[in-house]
Design a protein around this ligand. Structure first.
Ligand code: CP
Ligand code: NVA
Length: 290
């Protein structure tokens, strides 16, 4: 039975720590392991992507494999072929599949009906590969994960949920501050509040994501109004503590969820490491699963 990675909860805490250490080793020696030699990994993008596409495609190549980018309009899935049949056909040709889509049910069904690992490259509910890269970045920056506190400020969305799930597995304390109507449900013991200043107290890292996620464009104005007090700026970072850093999964909207001063300043430097670490963390994940 192949193992999929849909929410992050599939990993044990020990596996997660080993994976992050492996990712850091792979970053130091990008061509040092070729476990995907002779293997093809399909990458299905039903939503736009810059970082995920770049990091998975380049990462599969670095592991010796062939990345096969698939777009929905090019597949019979878009003309009504079932997910079940698609899963069976994928399983006959490739050794793993990454999927970026809306409904979590699609990745769940692919995993249930196929015989190859399915990797969630972002759904409406989860973005676990992002959380792997985020934890790797924290580990590089602070030399440890246990005992760290990360505060997420903004929409209680896929990124917040994955940070809560994967962060808890890693022993990182997660606090999430969101306004009414945009809260995260209780998940993995994350501390939930509507006060961003309460969330960041004692945090080593303060995390922002977009206010308008892919698929939420219809409610963009209401989101910008509700989330206006949840901007990652210097005042919020100052409240977290002198050594606190900013994190952001990107793409960023400077002036909305994060100020340009933070994004491009000293305390935002790790944001660019997060984006790079997507590749290394996902390589360690593919080595484990495929
Ligand atoms: N952070 C992230 O997933 O970026 P993309 O949407 O560009 O892939
Ligand atoms: N929450 C965002 C993350 C983008 C990487 C979205 O789903 O669009």
């Amino acid at each position: 039975m192949s193992r999929s990675f849909l929410t992050g909860a599939e990993l044990t805490s020990d596996e997660l720590h080993a994976l992050l250490d492996r990712a850091i080793a792979m970053k130091a020696d990008p061509l040092g392991a070729r476990p995907l030699t002779g293997k093809t990994i399909a990458l299905l993008f039903e939503k736009p992507s810059t970082r995920t596409r770049l990091s998975f495609e380049a990462g599969v190549v670095e592991l010796g494999g062939h990345p096969l980018i698939l777009r929905p309009g090019e597949m019979q899935l878009s003309r009504g072929e079932s997910v079940k049949d698609t899963a069976r056909i994928l399983s006959r040709h490739v050794q793993g599949v990454g999927v970026r889509t809306g409904p979590d049910s699609l990745v769940e069904e692919l995993a249930a009906e196929g015989t190859i690992p399915v990797i969630n490259m972002l759904t409406d509910g989860h973005h676990p590969c992002q959380a792997l890269a985020d934890l790797m970045t924290l580990k590089e920056r602070f030399g440890r994960l246990e005992g760290l506190k990360l505060a997420y400020v903004g929409d209680g969305n896929n990124v917040a949920r994955s940070l809560a799930i994967v962060g808890a597995l890693a022993g990182v304390e997660i606090a999430v501050a969101s306004p009414e109507g945009y809260t995260l449900e209780p998940v993995a013991g994350a501390q939930l509040t509507d006060d961003p200043y309460e969330a960041v107290a004692g945090a080593q890292a303060v995390y922002a994501d977009v206010w308008v996620s892919m698929g939420d464009e219809d409610t963009a104005d209401a989101r910008r109004a509700a989330l206006d007090a949840y901007r990652l700026d210097d005042a919020l970072l100052n409240a977290a503590g002198p050594g606190a850093i900013a994190l952001h999964c990107l793409p960023a909207h400077p002036g909305e969820e994060i100020t340009a001063d933070v994004l491009y300043g000293e305390r935002g430097l790790s944001i660019w490491d997060q984006a790079e670490n997507r590749r290394h963390a996902q390589k360690a994940l593919m080595e484990l699963l495929v």
